[in-house]
Design a protein. Sequence first.
Length: 281
Amino acid sequence: MERLQPSEERDVITTLVEAYDYGTLPSVDGIEVHESIEGAGDKFRGGEYVFGYVMHEPWASTEEGLPKEFWRDPKRFLARHDYFLVEGEPKEGDIVGYALENLGVLYPTSTEVANMMAEKRSSPYFEHFGILTDDGRVVSKFTVGPVYKHDMDKIPVHWGSDVYFFRKRSKSEYVRERDWYFGLTEINYDPMNGTVTVDGEVKELKGNRDQLMDFLSVNQNRVIPMIEIEENLGRTKLSILQLISRLRKSVERNPKNPINIITRRDGYLARGIIVEQNPQE
């Protein structure tokens, strides 16, 4: 993840986009027109451009938009469709996701509305997507305007304060490629039924263990700070510790010496989770 810094240029870009003044945007240093899609108009925006127009995903329509489930929790949705957070340096062709830490930026005059929308979505709150170029810049469609090639930070303020990178990979390939040498147990997780299969044994996850498993599977292969788990699950540290203990009993061969869900100084590292696909999605 990269953190974007406030700037006068970002304020100018915000004003121009809010006024739909796309003709003036290329006058801002670091922004240039990449493509004007004839007939696109207000039919699709940044997310639809990336996942529908460029990636041709069957679940992303340039006519009907992205599914509601996508906007409720983009990280989880993308992980279930083989897009993973990039470890290490991003590269050309990676998906660039711009996210906000809180929705107060989108609704500065109404805390009530911001809180209401936050209840329907999961943090971080993604507002814009693009594609990384070979020179470290981004190609993205600015709402109803044309497609621009721009510097990483040349986006409106209300589109994001943090940058995440996603890469489309097979789940099995992604997990096994990085984890085979750890001798990990492969945990096959079925989020639709809330079950895990470990060494051929199917186990049902009850008592909010499925909620924790959802979060760990989406964020595996990186250290997840305890505070991030608390905030996303809406639970106390003590409750999280109890949930981790119960989940380990379901997925670890030796819960007292875990290798799939391991403790780090400031959180946990989950590995070896294969998320089963829902063919109807």
